[in-house]
Design a protein around this ligand. Structure first.
Ligand code: FE2
Length: 409
């Protein structure tokens, strides 16, 4: 580790420990996590739904109940079904296959092997994730009205008020162009260990993150609210390829194929308030002064059995989803991709998160649009630039007015 970062971790920990009785706070956070995990295990044992599910049409018809919203806020994740028509998405999936084959992606990917370093520390190694950003189906999904309605609903889970005015505009999003996962049936070697994106060591060391988590560090664990957006868009992430530069109210993906618990797909720990436990864990006496329980700059925040056993017990698979269903999770939520794909069909998704309009996201959207116009990989990702020469790439003249606005063009 960089000497400067090493020193900053030691200093930050000493400083955070001086703010309050972190042992007492941790005991409180620990018992909250135990209670939440017990509830999840209880639901699982009784075969009851754990991850909240709603239908897209009930958002359109404003038929989401207060109880449903509370459940989403407690669980920090939600499946929104039928955002897109199944037949349309099946066609999109085929179009993406053609895009890959007709442009000889596999040969080109072999030549550029090793450029994408983000996932290299995850125990299970590199996933079957394609460095493709600008296919027609991806852009059509991103700029669609139904996606805009979905994201507006998701953004509304957050309290956007901040001491500096609104933290973001809940009604409007920028596109964050991300990749595609296509998982071959039978695959055993590829998966993602449990992790959290959007910042690892920064969650302790960065001054804006310290404000986001102020009540936790100050010993008032009960008043921490994971849905308060204040200072969330002010955080500065460690500069590294493939660490998200946008603030996302939710990470998410759209299912391109049917996939469920045995299909090598997503698992989540559906507890919105897990940060009190995670942050305070690293401040306990059994953790070395220079350790943040494995948090490393420029990497996902790993959640491990070594440090976080009681939280990991709450890891559950998503239920079966169909093409056109979407899965969403709060940026503090632990997630993983199963090591083994035991199903017999591809499990494919388009990563599409919710990234509301705010100055931070505008800065990135502008840089991203320059890359889009040239067909290059977006600035956050390894500069593999496969699509520069690709046939049938989505072009700027295919943007709707909504799409142009979402691309800051
Ligand atoms: Fe992730």
């Amino acid at each position: 580790m960089d000497k400067k970062i090493h020193k900053s971790i030691i200093e930050t920990k000493a400083n955070l420990k001086s703010l309050s009785d972190s042992k007492r706070s941790y005991i409180k956070a620990y018992s909250n996590i135990k209670r939440s995990v017990d509830l999840i295990l209880d639901l699982k044992h009784n075969n009851l739904p754990i991850i909240p599910e709603i239908n897209f049409q009930s958002i359109v018809n404003e038929k989401i109940s207060i109880d449903q919203i509370k459940n989403i806020k407690d669980r920090g994740c939600v499946i929104i079904r039928e955002v897109f028509d199944q037949a349309l998405v099946k066609d999109w999936n085929e179009q993406i296959t053609d895009y890959i084959i007709n442009n000889d992606y596999f040969t080109k990917a072999k030549e550029k092997e090793g450029m994408d370093q983000y996932f290299s520390d995850l125990k299970s190694g590199a996933p079957q994730i394609f460095g493709l950003y600008w296919s027609k189906p991806q852009m059509l999904a991103r700029q669609s009205k139904s996606m805009a309605i979905t994201k507006k609903f998701l953004n509304s889970m957050w309290d956007a008020n901040s001491p500096n005015g609104k933290e973001f505009d809940s009604n409007n999003d920028f596109i964050y162009a991300d990749r595609i996962r296509r998982r071959v049936p039978g695959d055993k070697t590829l998966g993602l260990s449990p992790h959290i994106d959007g910042g690892s060591f920064e969650r302790w060391t960065d001054s804006a993150f310290q404000k986001v988590y102020e009540s936790i560090f100050n010993g008032d664990v009960d008043s921490y609210n994971p849905w308060k957006a204040a200072f969330r868009t002010q955080t500065q992430e460690y500069n590294s390829p493939a660490v998200c530069s946008m603030f996302r109210t939710f990470q998410g993906w759209t299912a391109l194929t049917k996939q469920g618990p045995s299909d090598g797909t997503l698992s989540l720990i559906p507890i919105a308030n897990c940060m009190s436990y995670l942050l305070l864990r690293a401040l306990q006496d059994d953790i070395a002064d220079d350790s943040l329980c494995g948090a490393t700059p420029g990497r996902p925040l790993l959640i491990s059995n070594e440090y976080h056993k009681e939280l990991l017990d709450g890891l559950v698979s998503i239920p079966e989803v169909l093409p056109g269903d979407t899965v969403w999770w709060h940026p503090d939520i632990t997630h993983s991709v199963a090591d083994e794909h035991k199903g017999d069909e591809y499990s494919n998704v388009m990563f599409i998160g919710s990234s509301p309009q705010c100055p931070k996201n505008l800065r990135y959207a502008k840089r991203q649009s320059e890359h889009f116009l040239l067909g290059k990989s977006p600035p956050d990702f390894a500069a593999e630039d496969y699509e520069v020469e690709f046939k049938d790439r989505f072009s700027a003249d295919q943007l709707t007015s909504l799409g142009r606005n979402q691309m800051a063009l």
